[in-house]
Design a protein around this ligand. Sequence first.
Ligand code: PHE
Ligand code: ZN
Length: 849
Amino acid sequence: MTDAAPQTIYLKDYRPFGYYLDDVHLTFRLAASATRVVSRISVRPNVDFPGEFFLHGQDVKLIWAKIDGADVTPVVSADGLTCDAPDGPFVWEAEVEISPATNTALEGLYMSNGVYCTQCEAEGFRKITFYPDRPDVMSVFCVRIEGELPVLLSNGNPTSHGDGWAEWLDPWPKPAYLFALVAGDLVAHSDGFTTMSGKDVALNIYVRPGPDEAKCAFGMGALKRSMKWDEDVYGREYDLDIFNIVAVDDFNMGAMENKGLNIFNSSCVLASPETSTDSNFERIEAIIAHEYFHNWTGNRITCRDWFQLCLKEGLTVFRDQQYTGDQGSHAVKRIEDAITLRSRQFREDNGPLAHPVRPESFIEINNFYTITVYEKGAELIGMLKRLVGDDAYRKALDLYFTRHDGDAATIEDWLQVFEDTTGRDLTQFKRWYSQAGTPRVTVTDDFKDGVYALHFEQQTPPTPGQDSKSAQVIPIAVGLLSQDGTEVQPTTVLEMTATTQSFAFNGLAEKPVPSLLRDFSAPVILQRDQTNVERAFLMTHDTDPFNKWDAGDALAKDVLTKSITENTAPDAAYLDGITAILRNDALDPAFRALCLSLPSEDDMAKALHDAGTVPDPLAIHHAIEALKLTTAQHVQDILPRIQADMIVDGPYSPDAKNAGKRSLANSVLGLLSRLDDGAAAAKQYADADNMTMQLAGLAALLRISKGEDQSAAFRDQWRADRLVMDKWFGLTVSLAAPDLAADTALRLTQEPDFDMKNPNRFRAVFGALAGHSAGFHAPSGVSYRLLGDWLAKLDAINPQTTARMTTAFETWRRYDVGRQDQMRDVLETLAKTAGLSRDTGEMVGRMLG
Ligand code: PHE
Ligand code: ZN
């Protein structure tokens, strides 16, 4: 399959399938290395779009095939089969053999710790049987599973079962990528939910017997909260008698929304206070919500083709963001999301892997499950909502659900419901879906005769395959403050549609201080000459929490930039500003903790690069460490009081309020450990009764190159818990001294519990190495080569995870010639690897391109 030159697929070539499938019957006879799958499908020609009867199939051995009961001999190729078919309706039957036990790619039917499970999105079903594996071919599935295993699960509702077999019927037509099967020795944590129309739904979270059973309660609560929220906020009710979640240890992604049978990476569903941090709890709640919300945005309404991926993912991410905001603090959630977007999506959007939210071509679709499709996709929904208003948004969504229920839809369909409900012309808005790159918005202002004017200019740099860009609609939320800090203009949304555009505010007594892009109202880079005095002013007075935080972030970046390029000491404006925030008990602790966190090393590298300086990762590392020490010294006197105030009494609860307190307490601990030689951190580690406090104690120690004993003790304590051990592996690499990062990663690969076949473990070590900016960019190039070697090894086992992890190299052009040469060498060596997967080949090719 890797022999043929990889083919590029284009959106413009879309054509419906030549047949309809009226129903699909599948029988699985499970056996680890020789599972048999029998399919029986009622097929009807699509008279409007006649075409050949081609079924996808990959790594499946055809045993026999029949049409209307008579043997046929299809032409089988590396990617499927073609068969002569009757002009009218017919029944297709086939039996194939597959080998789940040797499936290390974790796509199709595979085994994880003795449990059979499937992963079919995007194109994994073709590894299970011959089938038109495309999202616009939808059918009702009836599944029979045969195997001597206690639990046999598939989509939909259970219809009957006996000793060693079970049958399931999913009445909702679905594409093959939503198919799932799970079989194994599993136990259920069960509960129930009564829907808004009074229907009872059985809920189960399945895990392997043992310690995982005690880690299901939180996820179950999150599931019930999500079900209720989707009814309350979107009017969406669940549509089967049963909803099952299964936790598996080996999984390429976070989780998968298979109809009625969600399959989760165990790290994204299992939680307990002793083993999971507050951020784990928050993430788990968001992912459970996300997968549940897909039942409507993704399953009941699916995508016509994979170019439309953002139709389900952008919208579902937006929905899970709204949900998380509703559970805790919208301000904190917005800041967290903006941090992710600006560090990871902007990085992608401004490098060789930049692509539109709706791409127009791909070689391997797995490579397009990106931060751009997901997170920028969600930003587009947020902008749309801001432009049309909350009520119109709800009306448009209602129309979307009624008009497209049961459809495989497109972005055009999505925008049409907004046009039809609001009368707006969204032609220009649609450019957000087709143009890659992050728009730069340059701002100047002036004040004359009581009129304050803001002048904006937008420009989007070229991206691969897109040299010039047209103006986009940019909602810019703006507020104005008077010089004494009172708000004279509450938030209003300016709608920028032209390349250059001005907006005026009348009747002002003095020149105001503008607060621009409030709530991060558009995924753009705002460029404006701003003094640190003005940033500090906004940090103190802005009423918009996002901009209040952002002013501090900009100030910190300026301080770090000057310390790196001019060796200057931190501006008093920063230190005083941060002190004021820290002291201000009226502010949410979680918000204060965010204000205390400095930009990441990678963010600083990007900031320097954007400002025309070649970043030196080690200098950045030292500058950040130095600023932390200076800050710690500056706020020293108030730290004990804040620590005391942030003590959480009573049993652990992951709710936003308590988590916020712990977050601030742990930020303070990070500062304190630089002054007390780790005494407070060691005490916290010793006293901790939950993972949040234990891990933060350990991290604070490792960060100051202490904590060897605690690290060893931690390891002994948690040796039997895979998810906690992933944290240990990750932290050990992340917090190694820069010159030891590569050695540390290498040493960890020699540990007996390092298992490269487990994506979580591989990512724990090598994701941490790639994320350790100063260590990854060690001048000798040792980390680049180490990662390159391991990616080449992993590619032979698991192309999908390998391809994702090559993004460690996407910023190679940012650095000095020496580092560029070494990174390019690694990419070129990878490209030449014999038998390289299509997945990794495409990624490496684009990065070198
Ligand atoms: N559709 C999944 C989600 O976003 C992600 C996923 C994609 C999982 C591909 C596995 C494989 O929820
Ligand atoms: Zn999703």
